[in-house]
Design a protein around this ligand. Structure first.
Ligand code: ATP
Length: 233
């Protein structure tokens, strides 16, 4: 479904990604791990057209999407929940959701406005609130709901549980599990690596813009020593 080869990305002269390779098969959940500043968000943005890699290639469903515009990449069926959520402050919760509702690239409409509200019942009482008048957890639910309403084939979640209360974090992981069970491929970035490994099939650990470790999540979870060396504080 997704294939990244030899990706190099710079901010000006600062060389941040040093030749990343990754493959994501259909219906696979991939965890992206690494300490702060190791390049996870840069990698995601480089795959989604938000940053232009200087070298390397990205292939999604057979389309060579390297350097395509983000909106064209999104239309191929990628739902993105960005770090910081990206909620439109001047739109209500309802408007934030409704504006994104559309059939997927395959014509299916499995995720509807009503289904999103069933998944996140708290939002039902907040529909007329401004996008940024609601709590951080509710904003995160809007961001996830909005991405699901595009009926994506691949969901990318960058730090979706960052700074949220434990009960909300659990809820979000349950929704991630539902998304995964429904056959949508997922890429998940999160600080809690043990939880990421429980919710994914494969994972890779970035260190200074390079893949330091990659493999099946269950196998990686048994290698606590290697994980601590790369991710421990
Ligand atoms: N806009 C930018 N301009 C210059 N350097 C940047 C910019 N954004 C990120 N960087 C640098 O690129 C490197 C990778 O950052 P990135 O945000 O991809 O890391 P990350 O693994 O996602 O970490 P975090 O969890 O902190 O978001 C860091 O050294 C960071 O300082």
């Amino acid at each position: 479904m997704l294939k990244v080869e030899g990706l190099h990305t710079y901010y000006g002269e600062s060389h941040v990604l040093h030749g990343i390779d990754l493959q994501l098969p259909e219906s696979c959940a991939l965890g992206l791990l690494g300490r702060n500043g190791m390049g996870k968000t840069t990698l995601i943005k480089s795959m989604l057209g938000l940053l232009k890699p200087r070298r390397g290639s990205v292939l999604f469903e057979g389309y060579p999407i390297t350097r395509w515009s983000p909106y064209l990449i999104a239309r191929l069926g990628i739902g993105y929940v960005p770090e910081g959520r990206g909620i439109f402050a001047n739109l209500s919760v309802r408007e934030n959701l409704v504006m994104c509702e559309r059939a997927g690239a395959d014509g299916k409409r499995e995720w509807t406005y009503d289904r999103v509200l069933e998944t996140f019942p708290r939002l039902k009482e907040r529909l007329d609130h401004g996008g940024q008048q609601v709590s951080g957890g509710e904003q995160q639910m809007v961001a996830i709901g909005r991405a699901l309403l595009t009926n994506p084939r691949l969901m990318v979640l960058d730090e979706a549980t960052e700074g949220l209360a434990p009960r909300i974090v659990e809820h979000i992981w349950r929704v991630v599990a539902q998304i995964r069970a429904s056959g949508i491929s997922t890429i998940v970035v999160d600080r809690n690596y043990r939880t990421v490994l429980r919710h994914t099939d494969r994972a890779l650990v970035l260190e200074k813009g390079r893949v330091a470790l990659a493999g099946e999540s269950a196998a990686l979870a048994r290698d606590e020593g290697a994980l601590q060396a790369l991710l421990g504080v």
